[in-house]
Design a protein around this ligand. Structure first.
Ligand SMILES: *Cc1c(COP(=O)(O)O)cnc(C)c1O
Length: 422
């Protein structure tokens, strides 16, 4: 029996809020009916009606090699045949932990989780346990997953819904959370356990840290005896071979990773120096665990993905992203559609405004100007899928060949012209 997007959306909405299992997928902020994916390969996804799209969503980051990469499929298939979960340690976990720690300067030990949310949540608990302090400073527009204490001013997932915060989060849960503007060094006193930051903000569109911002945070944390947490769930193993430390030269105390390290299966991890990680149970008093943590399918997919991501891959990723970002800027300039296409390494953003925003307030002004939904739909009709929300970034990866980038740019030129024509 053949399905349609409309029929599946109608069915889905009866049994899942908004018809989806993560709010941005519902198309709420761009309007219309989401395409229901039937299958995907490389840079492309096909919906249940047989429409093909060039995909710049790529699961919001995990698909850095493109969909259904043969090495990932082979690794996952082989792992599945040996059983899907044991509740006992495995070789794959050790190998993935060794691979991740070997690439990140200062990261000595980690704990695998099943999502980025868990990773960030546990990293915060660890920082509080290690310092004996309670206060968390986070930055407006940075997203650290959907844990209660970190949802304040949470960027994309929350902003796309037009909500300022989140119902159901008691005041007590955010009482020790301080929200500061991105790109300004906050006041850090001796109650602060941890300062959490996306080293390159990628959940309010793409916002680059101002020169000196990350080093300034490092210095201010050192002065106050607070820990610095890099939430690298997006930037990790995308920005650079050695993550944001290699890119910025600034080393945090605690890390959270996710997305790329699971190769499209549910994984996250948090880690730190061995000294800090000694606080995690069973060595120390900070409890953290999970039935499916370090799942054998997920570790196999993660390892296979990181194996492909050697140093050469990052040169290629940046080249692809540059072709896309420069091409997009030219397309919008030619069409007379005001837009800024920021790029940081392989990360690409899109703002329909005349300058790259530097903080969440500036982002919101541009993201809410109504252009993005129009462009999004004009482009989707032409076979190119961006994320259905103005606060997301683009995720070009190794599957986006020059031909596919150029085909995307041609579609963007037509879509931009259509937006200008109104
Ligand atoms: C996606 C994301 C998370 C949450 O990860 P999930 O796997 O969706 O729970 C946390 N932090 C950042 C920076 C993210 O981009």
């Amino acid at each position: 029996m053949s399905h349609t997007n409309d029929a599946l959306f109608t069915r889905g909405k009866k049994v899942m809020p908004g018809g989806v299992n993560s709010p941005v997928r519902s198309f709420r902020s761009v309007g219309g009916t989401p395409y229901f994916v039937d299958r995907a390969d490389g840079a492309h996804v096909w919906d249940v009606e047989g429409n093909r799209y060039i995909d710049f969503v790529q699961s919001y980051g995990p698909g850095i090699l493109g969909h259904a990469h043969p090495k990932v499929i082979e690794a996952v298939t082989a792992a599945a045949a040996r059983g899907t979960s044991y509740g006992a340690p495995t070789l794959g976990e050790v190998e993935l932990a060794e691979e991740i720690t070997s690439r990140i300067d200062g990261l000595e030990m980690l704990r695998l989780t099943s999502s980025g949310t868990e990773a960030a949540m546990s990293a915060i608990r660890l920082a509080r346990g290690a310092t004996g302090r309670d206060t968390v400073i986070k930055f407006s527009g940075c997203y650290h997953g959907h844990t209660d204490s970190l949802l304040a001013a949470g960027g994309s997932g929350v902003a796309n819904q037009g909500l300022s915060g989140c119902d159901g989060v008691p005041a007590g849960a955010v009482a020790d959370t301080v929200v500061a503007p991105f790109n300004v060094i906050p006041e850090i006193d001796d109650t602060v356990a941890v300062v959490a930051v996306e080293p390159v903000a990628a959940n309010m569109g793409l916002v680059e840290p101002a020169p000196g911002f990350l080093q300034g945070l490092r210095d201010a944390c050192d002065d106050a005896g607070a820990l610095l947490l890099f939430d690298e769930v997006i930037t990790g193993f995308r920005l650079a071979h050695g993550g944001a430390v290699e890119w910025s030269g600034v080393r945090p105390d605690v890390w959270a990773f996710g997305k790329v390290i699971g190769g499209g299966l549910p994984v996250g991890c948090f880690g730190a120096s061995a000294e800090v990680m000694d606080n995690v149970a069973p060595l120390g008093g900070v409890y953290q665990g999970g039935t499916l943590s370090g799942n054998p399918l997920a570790t196999a997919a993660g390892l296979a993905t990181l194996e492909v991501l050697d140093r050469d891959a990052y040169v290629e990723l940046e080249r692809i992203a540059t072709r896309l970002a420069d091409g997009m800027q030219a397309v919008f300039d030619d069409a007379g559609l005001t837009a800024t296409v920021p790029r940081v390494g392989p990360l690409v953003g899109l703002f329909f405004g005349d300058a790259a925003p530097t903080n969440f307030d500036e982002v919101k002004d541009v993201a809410e100007n109504g252009i993005y939904p129009k462009f999004f739909h004009e482009l989707l009709q032409r076979g190119v899928a961006l994320a259905p929300g103005a606060y997301e970034i683009l995720f070009p990866g190794l599957a986006h060949t020059d031909e596919i980038i150029d085909e995307s740019l041609a579609a963007m030129a037509d879509a931009a012209a259509a937006v200008v024509a109104g």
